[in-house]
Design a protein around this ligand. Structure first.
Ligand code: GUN
Length: 282
């Protein structure tokens, strides 16, 4: 039977470690502050932002909340970012995506000072990841590396297949697995014979955005399967990109949905906030 990778437990462990680090920092007179900006009131974004602020409270990070109306201009948002960039009492800046259509996400991400880019989305952060320099790393893929390491799954020398090439997950995931000395293939919607490519994987990361697409025909016996997807089904239950019931019997380890990758994203955001203070101290 496959090892079920418990993201809830591992994220709780990371948050405990961070809580200790933050209280140590407080004892030295250093505070950690994250500014969270939401534009508009997309219900999913409101839930995500609420969870991020709650995690901040738990770990001991101060969070500043900016809830801006849907019709906020790009200029106004860029002005706020500039102000937060200049504030020495703000360590991290997070702009919840997606933004309303009239605002350029690229412009907004590019305006965040790279030393405060706790999401790891700034081109400088991505570039540093690519050439192996220290910098902020996108939280979901960073969390997946923690899941693998803390579950005792070896990456070095292994065949890793990432299905999906988004800027937030697929691409940084591939770079991180490479940094850990994995042999990495990035597959996507145009990949020919996706099943046989996926069946090569010792570590298969599914970030395709299609419910239950990855069935056991895509999985080599004994592979570790990481499911980044989260979808609400007609019966109101959640499922991932992986058909869990079908795949679990053939793999060696698998992340459930919910309770696998999801909780790790916020834990790694908290980690990046703590690291931002250390980075800015340098
Ligand atoms: N929207 C969906 N995921 C994310 C994320 O990780 N960060 C931000 N800022 N927005 C998101």
């Amino acid at each position: 039977m496959a090892q079920i990778i418990d993201g809830k437990a591992i994220s709780a462990q990371i948050k405990e470690e961070l809580k200790d680090r933050v209280s140590q920092m407080k004892a030295e007179g250093r505070e950690v502050t994250l500014a969270v900006i939401q534009v508009g009131s997309d219900p999913a974004s409101t839930v995500y932002v609420g969870n991020k602020k709650k995690a901040c409270g738990y770990v001991g990070i101060r969070s500043l909340s900016y809830e801006l109306p849907e019709e906020t201009t790009e200029e106004k948002l860029l002005g706020l970012i500039e102000e937060l960039n200049g504030r020495t009492d703000v360590n991290g800046i997070l702009v919840q995506l997606p933004l309303p259509k009239h605002i350029s996400e690229d412009k907004v991400i590019g305006a965040i000072c790279p030393e405060k880019d706790v999401d790891g989305f700034h081109p400088q952060s991505v570039g540093k990841l690519c050439i192996g320099q220290p910098g902020f790393v996108s939280c979901t893929p960073a969390g997946i590396i923690q899941l693998l390491k803390r579950s005792g799954i070896e990456i070095a020398g292994k065949e890793c297949v990432v299905v999906g090439r988004s800027n937030i997950v697929g691409k940084p995931m591939a770079l991180l697995l490479l940094r850990e000395n994995g042999t990495v293939t990035v597959a996507h919607s145009k990949t020919e014979d996706l099943k046989s490519i996926c069946r090569r994987a010792d570590i298969l990361v599914a970030a395709v955005g299609r419910p239950k697409m990855i069935t056991r025909e895509y999985v080599k016996e004994g592979a570790a399967v990481i499911d980044v997807g989260i979808h609400r089904m007609e019966n109101n239950k959640l499922c991932g990109d992986v058909d869990y019931e079908d795949v679990a019997p053939v793999c060696s380890a698998i992340t459930p949905v919910p309770g696998g990758v999801g909780p790790m994203t916020i834990a790694m955001l908290m980690n990046n906030c703590v690291e931002s203070v250390e980075l800015q101290a340098k």
